[in-house]
Design a protein around this ligand. Structure first.
Ligand code: FAD
Ligand code: SF4
Length: 455
């Protein structure tokens, strides 16, 4: 059984001081060798694990034939952001989980191959596809992966698409959340340029619900609206001390570091460089925040997670990279108080140890406090990464738009909200999920809008 070809990495000692990309991608020889591990299975089990149903064996077959642009075209048929997905999708729980090679050995490295094909395309090909425009206008609110995907599919079908984005740069979490060392911003920019080449207009600094409402957009002649506003409102633990100086919501911390480039000396949005940092949570957000804190010069970075390693929701590859860089994981641990000094600056984190009890409604074993297990960690920075919720602004300013008890926009199986011709998807509907699931929702809504407006 052949082994999966690992991707070359910048070594841990060097990369922990740098924001440049950690994983270097396959060379052509490596991509060919890995592609040759694919068995081209007739029933394509890997495809069933891909939320946007990329024809994986077909694109891998094109790699084997050295037709890399052909491989790109196959991927592009289902996904408009392959260079991003190849880097950040949790492949181990999606396509690669179903790979036949994975039953007895290592799954084919589908994500690495996807990245190779997309990078090859951008280095060699980059053609603009010309589409015939109709005169129907669609507005997209939010330029994260969901909005971008919906915009791309609509533009390819000839619609006049305008994206309204609250921030000054398009890309959503791809630019303000996921750090440069995992997803270089020039990659996001290239994928967005693909869309503007297709004729998509992007208006930044446009907070819908403040500058204009959804009803204003309808009055301006937009025949359909897609709401892809994400889930950017941080959740807190509601424990004593969360208001101390040195406590950050991960979203604020990451936005300062990634979007506002606080790691550069001349950044106008600086950030305190903590020396002893604790990050609370176990998802990609927690791991990204921890690795950013390390790169800003922290001497000790700990991730505090209340369940065990087996339940960690972060991508496996990133967890391994973080551990190699020296980040310490405190599993089965939960903070109960943040302590500070007389100047209201964080000094310690009080935690308790946990053990796993009976499964909860999510099917995962519920963490229960171990009696008498309290202990203190010396810290000067605490970053809270325990999840986010949708911002209520759109709901508050839009009549007829129903939301769930936790603020998610309610949609039917076509992605349509309770307001006529207003569709929604991505994190704004599901709560924090993944890039590819947000893209899947954008595709579904685009399909529904095309069907409705072409009636
Ligand atoms: P978002 O990406 O959140 O985009 C929403 C956009 O809407 C934002 O640009 C926002 O500014 C804009 N907006 C909000 N309100 C308004 C308004 N009123 N008017 C105009 N614009 C508005 N997923 C993975 O698959 N793999 C990973 O490795 C991964 N890592 C992650 C790391 C971090 C730090 C974070 C935060 C998330 C990560 N995720 C990862 C999750 C993934 O990024 C999200 O699920 C995905 O970005 C959701 O896409 P979206 O388009 O729904 O929303
Ligand atoms: Fe190739 Fe694995 Fe998909 Fe089979 S399941 S076609 S081996 S990638």
């Amino acid at each position: 059984m052949s082994k999966r070809l690992p991707m070359s990495l910048v070594d841990a000692k060097t990369r922990k001081h740098s924001f440049t990309e950690v994983a270097l991608g396959y060379t052509e020889e490596e991509a060919l060798a890995e592609a040759n591990r694919c068995l081209n299975c007739k029933n394509k089990p890997c495809v069933s694990g891909c939320p946007v149903r990329i024809d994986i064996p077909a694109f891998i077959a094109k790699i084997k034939a050295k037709d890399y642009e052909g491989a790109y075209q196959i991927i592009d048929h289902s996904s408009s952001l392959p260079a991003i997905c190849g880097r950040v999708c949790p492949q181990e729980t999606q396509c690669e989980k179903f790979c036949i090679q994975g039953i007895k050995g290592d799954a084919v490295a589908i994500g690495n191959l996807e990245r190779f094909v997309a990078d090859y395309h951008y280095q060699h090909q980059h053609k603009t596809i010309k589409t015939k425009h109709n005169n129907k206008k669609v507005a997209i609110i939010g330029s994260g992966p969901s909005g971008l995907t919906c915009a791309g599919d609509l533009a390819k079908a000839g619609f006049k698409v305008t994206i309204f984005e609250a921030l000054h740069i398009a890309g959503g979490v791809l630019v303000y959340g996921i750090p440069e060392f995992r997803l270089p911003k020039k990659i996001v920019e290239m994928e967005i340029n693909n869309l503007t080449d297709l004729g998509v207009t992007i208006e930044t600094n446009m907070i819908i619900g403040r500058i204009k409402t959804i009803d204003d957009l309808i009055s301006e002649g937009y025949q359909a609206i897609y709401v892809g506003t994400g889930a950017g409102l941080p959740n807190f633990m509601k424990i004593k001390g969360e208001n101390l100086n040195g406590v950050y919501a991960a979203n604020e911390f990451l936005t300062r570091v990634n979007l506002m480039k606080a790691y550069q000396k001349d950044s106008q949005t600086p950030i305190a460089h903590g020396k002893k940092v604790a990050v609370v949570g176990g998802g990609n957000v927690a791991v990204d925040a921890a690795r950013c804190a390390l790169r800003l010069g922290a001497e000790e970075v700990s991730i505090i997670y209340r369940r065990s390693r087996n339940e960690l929701p972060a991508r496996n590859e990133e967890v391994i990279h973080a551990e190699d860089e020296g980040i310490k994981f405190h599993f089965l641990t939960n903070p109960i108080e943040i302590l500070g000094n007389d100047d209201f600056i964080v000094t310690q984190l009080k935690c308790v140890e946990m053990e796993l009890g009976e499964p909860d409604e999510s099917g995962r074993r519920r963490p229960v406090v171990k009696a008498g297990s309290e202990f203190l960690l010396d810290v000067d920075t605490v970053i809270i990464a325990i999840g986010t919720s949708p911002n209520p602004l759109i709901k508050m300013t839009t009549d007829q738009l129903a939301t769930s008890s936790w603020g998610g926009i309610i949609v039917n199986e076509d992605g349509l909200t309770t307001k006529p011709m207003v569709y929604a998807g991505g994190d704004a509907v599901t709560g924090s999920a993944t890039v590819i699931k947000a893209m899947q929702a954008g595709k579904l809504a685009a399909k529904s809008i095309i069907a409705e407006l072409n009636k």
